[in-house]
Design a protein around this ligand. Structure first.
Ligand code: TRP
Length: 325
């Protein structure tokens, strides 16, 4: 059995790129051994608001469930509910080096121009390694931006095994297929990301159908009028990828279907397909979020399951590194 583990931060608002690139992919592939984690401890490495964090943690869990992660199949939980994550992170801190952490591109980007940078932000990739290694995950489905962090997790696992004896599974990353990367509708060279930076270019899962349609109708296209995927047509290519992802048709098929038609009908169809795909997810999210107590109950159960595995790993780790039992 191959075990997958992945995590997502409860910061900002989840958007269509998260859904198509991560949530739906995780839900489609989920198996009994898999774990999915809302990583709230990673979210506190940069300035944040405490009440917002709590609300976003619950909200993100609701989106993951609405997207199809099934707590009867896999384990969905909140990172801070399983204290072993922070404990293992400390021990791995003594295996990772400041040199390798200093080379992390995401740290350099996130700390650039900040007047005060937390030690937590620097240490973020070590906590991420702990997340993964605690559960002996074989596969870690991630986006391209997490490649370097995964490489570090592998290095830490190997170094630990070498120093203290075979303990951790060395995880391998898996990436979404090409075309699953959804770009911003306005800034077509950027990946779709948090709506604070590009409200018109980002489709939030929480947007209603009208807002979704409006944003897609106003999406940047390219000069010319052909509905065709090409490097010099990033806007149209992105919309084709979106329609393919939302409808299940291939890009080739879609190019044929829209031959000789203008951008207007095409965009209208993209908007309809996206709204059709999101409708049941949005409805399920609304139901879940209406009963936060039940939702949090599910997360506690997930944490109980995760903790069983995590504490067994920590027994071994404590032994291996020479802590007194
Ligand atoms: N750093 C990841 C991101 O920003 C989130 C994350 C935390 C994660 N722990 C993880 C992803 C463990 C995969 C596995 O996307």
């Amino acid at each position: 059995m191959v075990r997958a583990f992945s995590g997502i931060q409860p910061s900002g608002t989840p958007h269509l790129g998260n859904y198509l690139g991560a949530f739906r992919r995780w839900a489609d592939q989920q198996q009994a051994d898999d774990l999915y984690c809302v990583v709230d401890l990673h979210a506190i490495t940069v300035p944040y608001d405490t009440q917002t964090l709590r609300a976003q943690t619950v909200d993100l869990a609701a989106w993951l469930l609405a997207a199809g992660l099934d707590p009867d199949v896999c384990t969905l939980f909140v990172q801070s509910h399983v204290r072993e994550h922070t404990e293992l992170a400390w021990i791995l801190n003594c295996v990772a080096t400041t040199g390798e952490l200093s080379r992390m591109v995401q740290f350099k980007e996130k700390s650039k121009g900040q007047e005060s940078v937390s030690v937590g932000l620097f240490d973020y990739p070590v906590l991420q390694a702990a997340d993964i290694l605690l559960y002996h995950a074989d596969e870690v489905p991630i986006g391209d931006d997490q490649r370097q962090h995964l490489e570090l997790s592998r290095d830490i696992a190997q170094r630990f095994n070498h120093r203290f004896g075979e303990t951790f599974t060395v995880p391998r990353p898996t990436f979404p297929p090409v075309g699953a990367r959804i770009m911003d509708l306005q800034l077509v060279d950027n990946k779709m990301s948090k709506s604070e930076t590009s409200p018109q270019g980002t489709i939030d899962l929480a947007d209603d159908a009208d807002a979704t349609t409006r944003k897609i109708m106003r999406a940047v296209t390219d000069s010319g009028s052909e509905v065709r995927a090409a490097p010099d047509k990033p806007g149209v290519t992105n919309l084709l990828d979106l329609l393919a992802a939302a409808s299940g048709a291939s890009v080739d098929e879609l190019e044929r279907r829209y031959e000789g038609q203008g951008y207007g009908t095409f965009k209208r169809d993209v908007a309809d397909a996206v709204n059709d795909a999101l409708r049941p997810v949005r409805a399920r999210h609304a139901e879940l979020i209406a009963d936060p107590a039940a939702l949090i109950g599910l997360l506690y159960k997930g944490a109980d399951r995760a903790r069983e595995m995590a504490s067994a790993t920590m027994d071994t780790v404590r032994e291996r590194v020479g802590l007194l039992r």
